[in-house]
Write a protein that binds this ligand. Structure first.
Ligand SMILES: [Zn+2]
Length: 229
């Protein structure tokens, strides 16, 4: 097993997951093709005489398509989480209340929602479920491999410049593009988010390590210093 070190992940709509190394995974609604077929089959079923021979045939087709959509989505999540957990020892992810993500999709006047498109069109419940399931799988698969999942607060991850540290909402030129108003650094906005999530993860880990160093033994050391001073 090859552990490629630490990586940050930005979860989104246009891209299901973007990695801090620039890689990304297609959105969960890439199964729309299946869903269209399912909807058509359901309409066909509703036109048949209930419990008739043709109705039973149509019903079997609906059930088959329904299972296929579910399988495709589950396979996709498993492939994604397996690949990430095998290639990275530490994975940092935004600590979002998954359930709140799409509920607050429209955002506020001060912070226009990044998830606006989640509300329109795409099935919100499936999206929420996908994010939740993604995190759950990452968590246990990383544990199997001896790795760690670190959740960090999403504060300013979308508007901090990874190059100079300048924080501004103006850095987000559009949904997709990040251009720092201070230094001119330019990058895909989701990649910037993932880089900042990774940095926040490193910072959190550093805090935990220093807390451990400050515990009993270090405390004794400090009181010795003050006693001798
Ligand atoms: Zn900058």
């Amino acid at each position: 097993i090859h552990h490629g070190g630490a990586i940050g992940i930005d979860m989104g709509i246009a891209r299901f997951a973007t990695l801090s190394d620039g890689g990304f995974y297609a959105p969960l609604n890439s199964f729309k093709r299946h869903e269209t077929a399912l909807r058509k089959a359901q309409q066909a079923m509703s036109r048949k005489t209930k419990f008739g021979r043709n109705w039973k045939k149509a019903k079997a087709r609906v059930q088959c398509l329904h299972a296929r959509v579910g399988h495709a989505r589950r396979d996709y999540l498993h492939q994604t989480t397996t690949a990430i957990s095998k290639n990275h020892a530490m994975v940092c992810i935004e600590d979002l209340q998954v359930r709140n993500m799409s509920r607050s999709a429209a955002g506020t006047a001060a912070a226009p929602g990044r998830n606006v498109r989640a509300k329109s069109g795409l099935n919100k419940a499936i999206l929420d479920q996908g994010w939740f399931e993604f995190r759950r799988q990452l968590d246990y698969k990383l544990a199997w491999q001896g790795g760690h999942l670190i959740a960090v607060p999403p504060k300013n991850t979308s508007r901090t410049c990874p190059c100079c540290g300048h924080i501004s909402a103006d850095n987000r030129q559009s949904q997709a593009l990040f251009v720092c108003v201070a230094c001119g650094f330019e990058e895909n906005a989701d990649v910037v988010g993932a880089i900042n999530v990774l940095r926040a993860g490193h910072a959190r880990l550093a805090c935990e390590v220093s807390d451990a160093l400050m515990s009993p033994a270090a405390g004794t050391h400090r009181s010795e210093l003050s006693a001798s001073a």
